[in-house]
Design a binder for this molecule. Sequence first.
Ligand code: GSH
Length: 308
Amino acid sequence: MSQVILHHYGLSPFSEKIRLALGIKGLSWGSVDIPPAPPRPLLVPMTGGYRRTPVLQVGADIFCDTNIILPALDRLYPEPTLYPAAFGSLSQALSFNWERTAWIPVIGVLVHFLGDLPPDFLKDRKDGYLYIDISHAAMEPEFELNVQRVRAQLAWLKGALADGRKFLFGDAPSALDLGYYHPISLIRKNSPPAEVDDLLGLASILPWYNRITNFGHGKPSELSAEAALAIAKAAEPAPVTHIAADTRISGPRPGAAVTVTPDDNAKVPVTGTLVAADETEIVLHRHDPQAGDIHLHFPCAGFEMRAA
Ligand SMILES: N[C@@H](CCC(=O)N[C@@H](CS)C(=O)NCC(=O)O)C(=O)O
């Protein structure tokens, strides 16, 4: 099997979710450091324009969105699992809802502490990613409301951990622990932690938080964007054997030209030929002169597939 390659940047909390998963699984992986904002000219040939971070590459297979990256990692490297049997689906559902609900409030709390970010960065986030102004001036009037919103979500996390358990589903970490962890880490790593702990009432869950921090990131080795692209070009996409039966009775069929677009932000459509889909995953084929034949994998939740 080809080496696992993560295209990411240090400050990206969604990337941290994946780095920690690589740590839990003790994997060696190639680390391609991408800029925090486009242009990313050596990544686009592989992603077809999908613009969010992180992106996971395994040879000529490209996984877009952490909600398909983690299941893919778990399929390729099953031990230890991130989806404990009875709680795998619950983990996916709760993680999706927390990340969606909390993301903008978390950014509101973050910019309260950070102050203003560089104008170019703010413009990129407004025009190409979140479609809102996340400057300090624009977010600050909602600061207290954002604290309420985050605390309301965290109350459930605190409640779930209140009996002193190590992780949400017991003694072993799951994808849900990582999902909850990374937005909290974004705030704690970029503001005075003690102040944030008071503001968000985090004291009781710090042992859980520190346990997750301690997993680390596995064994990354730096890889250039050029080398990653060459690896994709030299590889063939893996046969799609994990999508067993497509029980969908409507929507595009394999072989159809389709677009796949995030439904929340960074709504850049990726065009390709549908290879396979079920109700959890979409696989597209694309051919690019620089990247060769590529399979792109998206989760169904949070993405819209349409006939092209
Ligand atoms: N639902 C996506 C969200 C990813 C996301 O929003 N990532 C941020 C960085 S943490 C991003 O893409 N920012 C804009 C960029 O990097 O271009 C996922 O789970 O992967």
